[in-house]
Design a protein around this ligand. Structure first.
Ligand code: MG
Length: 202
């Protein structure tokens, strides 16, 4: 299983990090070892600025490569909300030097995936709202209709480089409102009104 992630997929988030708005999707990968097991995230000692990025997350339901955009939503079999944990200080140093982001993005427990929900809204092209509360306060929310590249486009584009397999996971990018976490924080993710994860930062 692999995790394919899209960066800079919302205009407001690209702007908050002073990035150009891309004209083709920007992709990176996390290995399966990045999946958070359990409900506790332990702050790694290599970063002093760990950020949450709340994202709509897609599970791929069947194998495919060179998937045409018009059929791509048939490959979605479940959806949820997740967190693409990012060591922002490490990422900034990598970006400065033009180096890959993996050590800032693909480390152990960097991928939080909520409980899987029915894929029908995405498969039928309906807008999906997702959000996250930190210590009981709404800190980030987004809607799939505000994506620069649609879920179908992301699946199609990713599959021109990487064969997608049943069980692969797609992180579809974060809207604006990313921010730091600290030990003791409680992070709750929602897909529409359903709570899909409840994480404790340690
Ligand atoms: Mg992200």
């Amino acid at each position: 299983m692999k995790i394919v992630c899209i960066a800079r997929n919302y205009v407001d988030h690209a702007k908050e990090l002073n990035n150009a708005v891309p004209t083709t999707p920007v992709l990176f990968l996390k290995p399966d070892t990045a999946l958070l097991q359990g409900n506790a995230f332990f702050m790694p000692d290599f970063s002093a600025d760990m950020h949450y990025e709340t994202e709509l997350v897609i599970r791929i339901g069947k194998n495919g490569k060179h998937i045409d955009e018009s059929f791509a939503l048939n490959y979605v079999d479940a959806i949820t909300t997740g967190i693409d944990f990012t060591a922002r200080d490490v990422q900034a140093r990598q970006k400065e030097k033009g180096l890959p982001w993996e050590i800032a993005k693909a480390f152990d427990q960097s991928a939080v995936v909520g409980s899987w929900q029915d894929a029908d809204p995405v498969r039928n092209g309906r807008p999906v709202h997702f959000s996250m509360h930190r210590n009981g306060n709404l800190v980030q929310q987004g809607n799939s209709q505000d994506m620069i590249f649609s879920v179908a486009r992301q699946i199609s584009y990713a599959s021109t480089f990487f064969t997608l397999r049943q069980g692969d996971i797609l992180f579809t990018g974060t809207p604006s409102g990313v921010g730091p976490v600290a030990p003791g924080d409680k992070l709750e993710g929602f897909l529409e009104t359903d709570k899909v994860f409840d994480i404790q930062i340690r």
